[in-house]
Design a protein around this ligand. Structure first.
Ligand SMILES: Cc1cc2nc3c(=O)[nH]c(=O)nc-3n(C[C@H](O)[C@H](O)[C@H](O)COP(=O)(O)OP(=O)(O)OC[C@H]3O[C@@H](n4cnc5c(N)ncnc54)[C@H](O)[C@@H]3O)c2cc1C
Length: 220
């Protein structure tokens, strides 16, 4: 698989995260929650592949990504954030998949929300959001991606926690076993976990400690 796609539009969605709208290549098939391997369309960088999760849906006419930049790495995300409409990137494959298997609790840290945005948007389109909830952890309020859309989709079934800022209307704790037990009644349901590796590892352990079965926990 290889597609060259043109950037049509970009905008900041938080202070360090941008929404990128690319033309959608004909024939691209990807399930909500799965990631694509992207490379910059520049000399020496065409084989430097990095995974990013489309947040657009299969039926959309464009391909959307929400991407946080790490300028200190001087890597792909710093260069992606400098792209302007008309520039192109390469799509070179599909990377893993965090697939929806039924209602459950989505637990995200930072940009780990991207596969869940794709999945939740698809469920909304199909009228199947019922029974799903979200726990979304960020450092500060300014870091929260698409808060309004998430609240609109999930209403009360959406909890935001801030680990480095105290703010009315938001939890102010790290997600640990105590946090989970206080907010989740049923640990026999499905769990979907996505975020930095350490976050995923810790949440996975806390969930199992609280009684969730490993086969009911999907993570990436
Ligand atoms: C399945 C999957 C889906 C993903 N989807 C998304 C998504 O939708 N949106 C999103 O924003 N992100 C997503 N990511 C994360 C994204 O892939 C990475 O943030 C991205 O690849 C980082 O690329 P980079 O070149 O900027 O930095 P890196 O590849 O992390 O770093 C480039 C180089 O910088 C150096 N470096 C590494 N760490 C540091 C450091 N702390 N300080 C200084 N230098 C350092 C190293 O030499 C490294 O080779 C996803 C990841 C996975 C696994």
């Amino acid at each position: 698989m290889q597609y060259t796609v043109e950037l049509l539009f970009e905008e900041f969605v938080t202070h360090d995260t941008k929404r990128f709208i690319f033309e959608r290549p004909k024939g691209l098939k990807i399930e909500p929650g799965a990631a694509l391997l992207l490379a910059l369309d520049k000399p020496k960088l065409r084989d430097d592949l990095h995974p990013f999760t489309p947040t657009s849906l299969a039926g959309d006419k464009v391909l959307e990504f929400i991407i946080k930049q790490y300028p200190a790495h001087h890597g792909m995300t710093e260069k992606l954030h400098k792209l302007v409409p008309g520039d192109t990137v390469l799509i070179k494959g599909i990377y893993g998949a965090l697939a929806y298997k039924g209602p459950g609790v989505f637990i995200a840290g930072g940009t780990g929300i991207t596969p869940f945005i794709a999945i939740l948007r698809q469920l909304r389109k199909e009228g199947k959001l019922k029974g799903n909830s979200l726990l979304f952890s960020n450092k500060t309020h300014a870091d929260i991606i698409l808060e309004r859309e998430l609240r609109h989709m999930l209403g009360k079934n959406c909890v935001f926690t801030l680990t480095r800022e105290s703010r009315p209307g938001y939890e102010n704790e790290r997600i640990d076993a105590k946090f989970l037990k206080a907010r989740i009644k049923n640990f026999r349901q499905r769990f979907y976990v996505c975020g930095p590796p350490e976050f995923v590892e810790n949440i996975n352990a806390f969930l199992q400690k609280a009684g969730a079965k490993p086969e009911n926990i999907a993570f990436d």
